[in-house]
Design a protein around this ligand. Structure first.
Ligand SMILES: [Zn+2]
Ligand SMILES: [Zn+2]
Ligand SMILES: [Zn+2]
Length: 226
């Protein structure tokens, strides 16, 4: 990869010298920083790295330089939904697609031969000659998924668990009873006992409450991480 970068830089130097646009060394410094980083960088990311390296360039100059780099086919500019444009390396002859986490913005690269072939085949079935494509899968990444707390009825909570009340539903009398106990959405309960039959004992602030199973069925909660 290092050799590849070196070649790309040499190649780019020749092209910009030919273009006679000036500031060749400054442009190559920017490209150096970009090539060292294998992520999908925004203009702002790039500005930060450049500043860390002691380069104080005008963002507009950096943007122009990157766009020229893209124009010459060394990098690709990608705009994923809900995110600022990003630059990524473009290695000739190699292709990948992306998964984008809509929660944290993480970008995962993948390549799957089967999908690649399938796309060509489907295009061909439509009499379509495919030149290029981009596949972007949007969703929730594994890390964000692990953080997401599923909802459950309070009756499912285990002794020792702390849960937050997300919702309460039920008839007027049940709701009235819960309200008279002082239970509200957003309150945290500590489950003290919950065996398969009988009432649940929960801690609510400094008091302990006994809740019938039917009522506990109607209180929706999520686990509070420890
Ligand atoms: Zn692909
Ligand atoms: Zn995520
Ligand atoms: Zn990528």
């Amino acid at each position: 990869m290092i050799n590849n970068n070196k070649n790309e830089k040499k190649n780019f130097r020749a092209l910009i010298e030919e273009d006679e646009i000036g500031r060749v060394e400054d442009r190559l410094n920017i490209i150096d920083v970009f090539l060292e980083d294998d992520r999908h960088v925004t203009l702002q990311d790039l500005m930060e790295i450049l500043r860390d390296r002691g380069y104080d360039y005008d963002p507009e100059f950096v943007r122009q330089c990157m766009n020229r780099w893209v124009e010459h086919g060394f990098a690709q500019k990608k705009t994923f939904e809900g995110q600022p444009p990003r630059y990524e390396h473009r290695h000739l002859g190699r292709h990948h697609d992306h998964m984008i986490c809509t929660k944290c913005g993480k970008i995962i690269e993948f390549h799957n031969e089967e999908i690649e072939h399938l796309q060509v085949r489907i295009a061909r079935q439509h009499g379509f000659h495919m030149l290029q494509h981009k596949m972007e899968i949007y969703g929730i990444c594994a890390d964000c998924l692990a953080l997401r707390q599923p909802l459950m009825p309070l009756v499912m909570a285990k002794p020792g668990e702390r849960v937050e009340i997300k919702d309460m539903m039920g008839g007027r009398s049940a709701m009235g009873r819960l309200a008279s106990m002082g239970l509200r959405k957003g309150d945290v309960l500590e489950v003290i006992s919950n065996n398969a039959q009988g009432r649940l004992i929960v801690g609510h602030g400094t008091t302990r409450l006994a809740l019938g199973r039917g009522v506990a069925e109607k209180i929706t909660v999520s686990l509070v991480p420890l």
